[in-house]
Design a protein around this ligand. Structure first.
Ligand code: 5AD
Length: 358
């Protein structure tokens, strides 16, 4: 029988990844998380970087079968934050020494949207003298838009592949959503000079351990700088959520944490986010992610009446994390697990620094 102590964690094979993904025994899992945490300390240190997450708009031209804000969901109250609201939130993050922002929105590629984002990027760079680390997460765009935004001051871009298995990708998206175009977009982001982030949903219906192992290998082959991934959770107004309303939340969380640990062990020097979906399952889900190898947290900082309208899945926390009590609680829980928040530091991906000499 294979023993976890016999695995060479420096050089994991595909078979190792699959075998480790299948572990359920709590001693074995703790062993795995400890190895991943050691690797994190060795390659990226014990600082946790915060990205103030601004959910700009839930207006979306895509119709993904899993997502609560998909175009066809008529029950969503659509919103778009104003420029003033976004800048106000960005300034708040700057004053609180977050040093990095993530601007996220439903996918739109019309000229108005492209210009709106450009305008916002310029304004944030103006008040922060170009030293805010800005991540965009606004979907597939033209090369022209990627270039324009890069020049306007965006430094990083997060575009999840969702799953690296083209067959599974087809099953969770309508026919006009293309896996190949998603791949091409990732290549364009690389070409236009971003720190490139991607990720997958974990525990999708029909997803196998082999698929998840291949996702990790995909990240490595694509030479990705940042990873944002989390468990799939059903949303009651989506085709996938209606078909699979019942899931084992504890299992989903565990798979999410296992994936973080394995990505840390396999990719070593990338930034990995402990995402909101972990927190949706367990109030300390993100801290568990940090203990298994993640080093980034993205607290939502948009305190406004739209908070409850950006629901990608059921059970998404809607508390205002910019409220003083929440900020303090996050700080306490991070130091409680022996980590330190990297206030005032952009926290660029080490992997990106190495590959570009930055
Ligand atoms: N469960 C978990 N993650 C989801 N996302 C969208 N819908 C869900 C869901 N039901 C994720 C996708 C997308 C990101 C913005 O949110 O991975 O890329």
């Amino acid at each position: 029988m294979k023993k976890i102590e016999d695995i060479d964690f420096e050089r994991l094979t595909r078979d190792d990844l699959i075998w480790l993904l299948q572990r359920e025994n709590s001693n074995e899992l703790q062993y795995l998380y400890d190895r991943a945490y050691e690797t994190k300390l060795k390659y990226v240190g014990n600082k946790v970087y915060l990205r103030g997450l601004i959910e700009i708009s839930n207006i979306c031209s895509k119709d993904c079968y899993y997502c609560g804000v998909r175009r066809s969901n008529a029950h969503v109250r659509r919103f778009m934050m104003s420029k003033d609201e976004i800048i106000k939130a960005a300034k708040w993050a700057w004053e609180k020494k977050y040093a990095s922002l993530a601007l996220q929105s439903g996918e739109r590629s019309d000229t108005d949207f492209v210009e709106f984002i450009t305008d916002i990027l310029r304004e944030i760079n103006r008040f922060s003298n170009g030293s805010m680390g800005i991540t965009l997460s606004v979907g597939e765009q033209s090369e022209k838009a990627y270039r324009l935004w890069r020049e306007a001051g965006a430094k990083r871009f997060l575009l999840r592949i969702e799953t690296s298995n083209p067959e599974l990708y087809k099953k969770i998206h309508p026919a006009d959503h293309s896996f190949e175009e998603r791949l091409a977009s990732l290549a364009l982001l690389r070409k236009t000079g971003y720190q490139v982030g991607t990720g997958v949903m974990i525990g999708l219906p029909g997803q196998t351990f082999e698929d998840l192992a291949d996702d990790i290998i995909f990240f490595k082959k694509q030479d990705i700088d940042m990873i944002g991934m989390g468990p799939w959770l059903p949303h009651h107004d989506t085709p996938l959520g209606v078909q699979y309303p019942q899931i084992d939340q504890k299992k989903q969380l565990e798979m999410g944490i296992k994936m973080i640990a394995l990505v840390r062990l396999y990719l070593k020097d990338v930034n990995i986010a402990a995402t909101t979906a972990l927190q949706a399952i367990d109030p300390f889900g993100r801290e568990q992610g940090l203990k298994a190898g993640a080093n980034v947290i993205m607290p939502v900082i948009t305190e406004n009446e739209h908070r409850g309208d950006y629901l990608l899945y059921d059970g998404k926390p809607v508390s205002d994390e910019s409220a003083e009590g929440f900020r303090q609680a996050l700080q306490n829980s991070v130091s409680g697990i022996g980590e330190e928040i990297g206030f005032g530091l952009q926290g660029n991906s080490r992997h990106w620094q190495k590959r570009t000499g930055a």
